[in-house]
Design a protein around this ligand. Structure first.
Ligand SMILES: [Zn+2]
Length: 93
């Protein structure tokens, strides 16, 4: 689990949800990302990309891209959502 300030991350997530109104798939991806950020102990961010051990057992390096099947199919995935949330978190003051 990443050591993040819960309140700050909650703000970042709220802002992210506000930006994707109208896209159910991104809303779903962000909701899953939120859950994983809170619960998944196997995530790390190197300042550029988020390294994730997915509950499926796959390892993904996500930033604008991802290696998962959803990404291949052009569908928003929670790995990219999580990467963006964490990026935003570290950009925010
Ligand atoms: Zn993905």
């Amino acid at each position: 689990m990443m050591n993040l300030n819960e309140e700050k991350m909650a703000t970042v997530i709220r802002e992210a949800f506000d930006k994707v109104t109208g896209s159910r798939r991104w809303q779903t991806a962000i909701a899953k990302a939120k859950q994983q950020i809170e619960e998944n102990p196997y995530m790390s961010y190197d300042g550029h990309a988020l390294l994730v051990l997915s509950p499926s057992g796959e390892i993904y390096t996500a930033n604008g891209t991802c290696q998962c099947r959803a990404f291949e199919q052009g569908v928003p995935c929670w790995h990219r959502a999580a990467a963006r949330l964490v990026e935003r978190y570290f950009e925010a003051r």
